[in-house]
Design a protein around this ligand. Structure first.
Ligand SMILES: *Cc1c(COP(=O)(O)O)cnc(C)c1O
Length: 376
């Protein structure tokens, strides 16, 4: 046996055939490759306006105290979140991004060969978390690119432990309504935990959507529900990695058995507290996002393209069978978007809503590339 194949045998079931998560291309990498500096990145659904300007001072203060471990209980952030969400601090689990929380949840509730149910086109981290514990993954066909909760209910069996629902979903931008979510949760057997991933929660309502459920408000009626949210998107703190779960105190106690002791660092905790207190900044960002998404969508439609209706800060557009070619050509023009072939969407690209100037550039670039390809 070669060294390589014996190492292969050592790898845990579930991890053996895993492929790493593919992040959006970093700006610095493209800068190095192209030798240019005016690159725009609309590939990872970050807030193009960054975080609240108050965060900078907070971080400067933190920089004086880097020798100390962070507060492992996240006392201040949890106190602030609990007041804002109207839940108890004992209902909150902090994570190194909500990714961390999704992973912790999976490790707490799913054993080898037990089941996890997700939707086709769902956020990739659910499948990675499930496979890493050697779970059986049931992928339920989407309906108009969104989650089909009735079909997901039917995919549940005696071995199912977790159903992941992204609301809205990344990369499609689709959401499931209050009525559908309540009907789904009302009809669940007791051995199933539902994870409602609300990473884009803040963005949805400004679209005028009024049947979008607030997962936190459902917790009192559905004790097997876990809601996850993050500071990485609207709050503009993706670099600092802060996310959290809201659940019953009983579930939260279980999650905290597995949570690494200092999984959120001091700068992340402090920045999240400051960002949370600047509600004016968030409302400006989400209002501008709604306007810009509307315009971006219109401009894509004007190019003759079909989009998936989105209530988040990104949009999936169908550009055709040469999507990866278009993606590569956009890179050479200094524009990074996200190919979504690995999400079962080989003809689409996902574009994050940027600043108005960035959105104009992405449209101009796409227009140029599409007309070139049409002539060729
Ligand atoms: C971006 C995203 C997350 C959050 O990731 P963090 O680890 O909090 O940065 C979670 N779920 C979905 C669907 C996302 O798109």
């Amino acid at each position: 046996m070669t060294a390589e194949s014996s190492l292969h045998q050592l790898v845990a079931n579930g991890v053996r055939d895993l492929r790493p998560y593919q992040p959006g291309k970093p700006v610095e990498e493209l800068e190095r490759e192209l030798g240019i500096s005016e690159i725009i990145k609309l590939a990872s659904n970050e807030n193009p306006r960054g975080a609240s300007p108050r965060v900078e001072n907070t971080l400067r203060d933190c920089a004086n105290d880097l020798a100390r471990y962070p507060d492992g209980s996240g006392f201040r952030l949890k106190t602030q979140l609990s007041a804002q969400l109207n839940v108890l601090p004992s209902q909150l689990t902090l994570g190194n991004g909500s990714n961390d929380v999704l992973d912790i949840i999976t490790r707490c509730f799913v054993e080898s060969r037990q089941g996890v149910v997700i939707s086709e086109h769902a956020f990739a981290v659910y499948g990675l978390a499930a496979k890493s514990v050697d779970a059986n993954l049931a992928i339920v066909p989407a309906i108009q690119f969104g989650h089909d909760l009735e079909a997901m209910r039917e995919a549940i069996n005696l071995d199912t432990r977790i159903v992941f629902i992204a609301n809205p979903n990344n990369p499609t931008g689709t959401y499931v309504s209050q009525g559908k979510v309540e009907a789904f949760l009302s009809d669940l057997p007791d051995h199933v935990i539902t994870v409602l991933d609300e990473a884009y929660f803040e963005y949805v309502r400004p679209f005028g959507v009024n049947d979008y459920p607030d997962g936190v408000a459902l917790l009192t009626r559905f004790p097997n529900l876990i809601v996850t949210r993050t500071f990485s998107k609207a709050y503009g703190l993706a670099a600092l990695r802060v996310g959290y779960a809201i659940a019953t105190p009983e579930i939260t106690e279980i999650l905290n058995r597995v949570r690494p002791p200092f999984n959120v660092n001091s700068m992340g905790l402090a920045a999240a507290e400051t960002a949370l207190s600047d509600s004016d900044f968030i409302s400006q960002c989400v209002t501008e996002n709604a306007e810009q998404l509307f315009q971006l969508n219109q401009a894509l439609v004007d190019l003759g393209l079909t989009t998936i209706p989105s209530v988040a800060n990104f949009i999936c557009v169908q550009v055709g069978s040469n999507a990866s070619k278009i993606y590569e050509l956009m890179l050479t023009e200094g524009v990074i978007v996200r190919p979504v072939g690995n999400y079962g969407l080989p003809e689409h690209l996902r574009i994050t809503v940027g600043l108005p100037s960035e959105n104009q550039k992405v449209i101009a670039t796409l227009r140029k590339i599409i007309s070139h390809l049409a002539e060729a």
